[in-house]
Ligand binder design. Sequence first.
Ligand SMILES: NC(=O)c1ccc[n+]([C@@H]2O[C@H](COP(=O)([O-])OP(=O)(O)OC[C@H]3O[C@@H](n4cnc5c(N)ncnc54)[C@H](O)[C@@H]3O)[C@@H](O)[C@H]2O)c1
Length: 316
Amino acid sequence: MKILITGGAGCLGSSLAERYTMMGHELLVLDNFATSTRAGIRATRNLVLVEGTIADAALVDKCFAEFSPTHVIHSAAAYKAPDNWTEDIATNVQGAVNVAHAALKYKVKRVVNFQTALVYGTPEIVPIPVEHRIAPISSYGISKAAGEVYLNMIAGEIPYTSLRLANICGPRLAIGPIPTFYQRIKAGKPCYCSDTVRDFLDMEDFHTLMDKVMEDAATSGMFNVSTGEGHSIKQLFDVIAQYLEHVPDQPIRIVPPGIDDVENIVLDPKRTQAVFGWQSKIGFEETITRVLRWYDEHGVTDIFSHLAAPVVGKTE
Ligand SMILES: NC(=O)c1ccc[n+]([C@@H]2O[C@H](COP(=O)([O-])OP(=O)(O)OC[C@H]3O[C@@H](n4cnc5c(N)ncnc54)[C@H](O)[C@@H]3O)[C@@H](O)[C@H]2O)c1
């Protein structure tokens, strides 16, 4: 395959890029390093690295024209500044439109889009089925939802899959509570837990599904990607504290979710399991521990969040 990965230097993109280059595929990664580092990806004989933004239609067209991808994984997303709606629109909407146009123009064989569970907004039922209504409440969720709707318009012409993802845990994870707790506990800084529940999926389980999604005969459409199992952020903290042999001198504070946060997100993977014959295999504690072992070896980079910090967190 000749695979073009937008956002291919990020956590998911770089992990897939590593895997596909090892499998002998040719890759082109287009990334502006907004939430990743140059050290996270390396140009090689079969990996072309292009620095730039997917918001630049001419650059996106040039990448497609020169590389002639057979497959596209659209992983680039803007989320790091919750108030920067303009950047979210440029990357998550205009960028998605540019990718959709180029995929049609250069007749690629398949497009796979990565979607956030935040498109569902505050869910009416949990676990959230893939047919749940779309009602995002943050700029990240709104712009990603719009980008997905534009990408859906290619579905009649090109096999197209959008994967709505749980928290995928693996190397270079630089967003959310796992790197935050790890770094703060190691630095002796206090932590607090938002009173929320999330689902966590190991990168290895994600790769197993991606292998099936990228097959020529794979079913297209929307799919939730999750274990289907929810865990509180306090449970997550406990796993990390135990791993670091940290005993808090006072009970950890549990704070209400911020206004742009969602209390309970657990995706229902039943349809995905049935269609792809896929099932996650790695348990919650092992999933988290694998990331912590990776941090032990490689360290934690800058940490990003798509959330406005709850007031209690802002001064710490
Ligand atoms: N990791 C998860 O658990 C998770 C969960 C839900 C959805 N997603 C989605 O999966 C995708 C990848 O997420 P991730 O966790 O790897 O995040 P990430 O931040 O590590 O990767 C995103 C990459 O996109 C790049 N990027 C941002 N704006 C860009 C632009 N305008 N042009 C080119 N590149 C740009 C960033 O520099 C980064 O390398 C995103 O679309 C995200 O919405 C991820």
